[in-house]
Design a protein around this ligand. Structure first.
Ligand SMILES: [Fe+2]
Length: 338
């Protein structure tokens, strides 16, 4: 079976042989090109799309055997069939080891030539189809994975909105914490995958507040000890809410521990120092800064400068010094960029 696009390059130093093969291939519906030397063959390969090369092993100058590796390296999708004298089949076999599809012996039996050409081109077509299919499949899988990631992010954002609908003071808070947390994560050189997890954790860090009574959540004035205990539960509730949809431990632990303090006096588990997951240490700084600079019904928003001083003061006690410093650097570069 031939397709009209398939072009065959006949490389042989004897013109009579080239003509013979050319006519036969033409009669079979192929297009032909001719080259009388290795140099001419390379020229033809450069200027045409060649599906198959019929390559004479013995030619004056650069031989076909010498040319073969170059063809396979530069045109790996081009099939090559070697042509050789009956006395030199060992070279032809060596050529097959180097990527030639077949070899034909001279004098040619033209029907055998066509049979071999047809087979080589069929094999080539199948290989290309298979490769296209594989590539298509990989693209499909990647597109699907992208979709899943987007849906996941949407689900996270929806959860953040759900909380904001309930807690009037958190409007925009989750988004801002996520953004600051990402800036810190980048500043300390976290890998892209971890930065993404920090972003997601930032978006949903307070989701557990869905489980806190509105009367406590929106209370104006000082909380009683019991009310404070109740509100503290949001860290564990958050982890619990997220566990069915978030399989990632880094995100779950960042949410659970975002109120831990570096000196061990935070909650829910009183972890200290490096025991606190890095994501949680980052959220702690981003969360505290946003809380301080946001207006509450019972107090005015702190200025950016005062809030930064507070972060500075909390280094080593409330916050991880390295994380707090990274945050302060991001604030400084953001200010100088304005
Ligand atoms: Fe919180």
């Amino acid at each position: 079976m031939t397709t009209e696009q398939e072009r065959i390059l006949i490389v042989d130093d004897e013109e009579a042989i080239r003509r013979l093969l050319y006519q036969k291939l033409l009669g079979e519906g192929y297009r032909g090109e001719e080259a009388g030397s290795a140099e001419q063959a390379l020229d033809k390969l450069r200027s045409n799309t060649i599906e198959l090369v019929l390559l004479d092993i013995k030619m004056p100058g650069k031989s076909g055997a010498e040319l073969l590796p170059g063809i396979k390296a530069s045109y790996p999708d081009t099939a090559v069939i070697m042509a050789t004298a009956i006395t030199d089949t060992s070279t032809a076999i060596q050529c097959m080891k180097e990527g030639a599809y077949d070899y034909l012996t001279k004098p040619f039996n033209l029907d055998e030539v066509i049979l071999s050409v047809d087979r080589a081109l069929e094999k080539r077509r199948l290989e290309l189809e298979n490769r296209d299919y594989q590539q298509h499949l990989e693209q499909k899988v990647e597109a699907q994975a992208k979709k899943i990631r987007a849906s996941f992010l949407n689900a996270m954002t929806a959860l953040a909105y759900a909380l904001e609908a309930k807690d009037i003071y958190t409007s925009g808070h989750s988004q801002r914490v996520a953004e600051s947390a990402v800036a810190i994560a980048k500043e300390i050189g976290m890998p892209p995958d971890s930065i993404n997890k920090v972003r997601l954790a930032g978006l949903v860090h307070d989701i557990g507040k869905i489980g806190v009574k509105e009367s406590v959540l929106n209370k104006v004035g000082k909380l009683t000890d019991d009310e404070f205990e109740h509100i503290k539960a949001h860290c564990e509730i958050g982890e619990h809410i997220l566990t069915p949809i978030v399989e990632d431990e880094e995100i779950l632990k960042a949410v659970r521990h975002h109120h831990e303090r570096y000196n061990g006096k935070g909650y829910p588990d009183g972890l200290s120092g490096e025991q606190i997951p890095l994501g949680a240490r980052i959220l702690a700084v981003a969360d505290a800064y946003d809380a301080m600079t946001s207006e509450r019904s019972y107090r005015k928003a702190m200025s950016d400068e005062t809030a930064c001083t507070e972060i500075e003061r909390g280094k080593g006690t409330q916050f991880d010094t390295e994380v707090a410093d990274a945050f302060l650097r991001t604030k400084k570069s953001a200010t100088s960029a304005v």
